[in-house]
Design a protein around this ligand. Sequence first.
Ligand code: URP
Ligand code: ZN
Ligand code: ZN
Length: 479
Amino acid sequence: MSLLIKNGRIITATDDYVADVFVDGERVTHIGPALRQQADTVIDATDKLVIPGGIDAHTHMDMPFGGTKSSDDFDTGTVAAACGGTTTIVDYAIQSRGQSALAGLDTWRKKADGKATIDYAFHMIITDMPDERITELRRLADEGVTSCKMFMAYPGVLYADDGALYRAFRHAGEDGTRVCLHAENGIVIDEIIKEAVRDKKLAPVWHGRTRPTRMEAESVHRAIAIAEVARAPLFIVHLSSADALEEIKRARARGVDVEAETCPQYLFLDESFYLREGNGGFEGAKWVMSPPLREKWNQEPLWQGLALKHLSTVATDHCPFFFNASWKPGDPPPARPGKELGREGFTKIPNGAPGVENRMALMFQGGVVEGRLSLNRFVEVTSTAPAKLFGMFPKKGTIAVGSDADIVVFDPKRTETIGVANERTHHMRVDYSAFEGITVKGYPETVISRGRLIVDKGSVKTRGGGQFVKRARVGQLLR
Ligand code: URP
Ligand code: ZN
Ligand code: ZN
């Protein structure tokens, strides 16, 4: 199969020029003006942007969590991702407590292999790391899983104490693995939650009010200090507040190897969503996620953090759960249990929200259209930087001869209003949209994954065919 994309404006993290792109099989083989190659398929990209496929380095497909499991699997979730212009995800596999991390990888490979439509890689969530298991980090890296995630939040579930962090950092640094951290002080937060529950403060708004930004900033600060002493590269996931961002800035200014991602929800939504009326005061559960949505004033510092490179990437933390609006206490459990599990109290609301389909359009709107990010920086934060940080560059994250043909033809003029009832913006298997009603200018039109036409003029052309990406170690290239 060959493809010729004609006359598009090619944007990478560094370049901006008009040319044709020729794809032979899975890779880009020629780029230049007026290419004469004969192709099976010709795509006219006049007046369109031709950008590297998005890389969403933080998703949770088919994940057991909060008494249920996330509602998108690797089939529905990766089709939705493709429709939104993302051609690679890095999902979080889980090591079950007391079990081998390699067994966890096996479980997640089985969930994805043969099901995914776009390419996928895995980080490994480490729940415990006794000495006899620590060598598994190296074996995971040999398998192409060159990052792991640990939690300073969720005590008793996924929480790792400072000693476990230090030991993991020591080994990760030596093995060429990047440690990703969920930085919230779960121990203190649990105490605050106990006080709220004792005082019968059980509505969704208390999810946000029990997780102050200081407890995020404190964890970021502590994690940086531990990683610095252990001499390991650190990556803070889903950073949500200006308070936490200040810690990143301070550390980077003194040369610490710490990078951070933020997410569209922290750039577009705010804590007032928890007070939204409807569904008997439970509407706010749609946005119960950790860290929670913050006061609106945090948004501009985060955008500025992206523009000035204090923040490196934007991922979704896609972790959808059905809202099940019509379910009433006493009814049999809904087909896909979700947010209603917390009707009696916010502590039982499964944490997470959908977004894998909306990231590229939202970032183009808030970044490029609204003048906060250049086109090059938009490509960098949504594709190139995650490829580089997570060992997939230059195979992925750019448009260059020899790179995988993961390409999005993006129409900068097409307008869409994101919503659960808009079938052009919602393929995710979940009954609400976290970004309902937001209008974006600019939308993916054609999406190519390793040379396969997945989405053409908005309609899905094929499913399946996604492959596992065996990632390189920190600082190494993948070809
Ligand atoms: O609320 C969230 N973020 N759910 C997904 C799990 C995690 O902490 O990333
Ligand atoms: Zn997390
Ligand atoms: Zn997450």
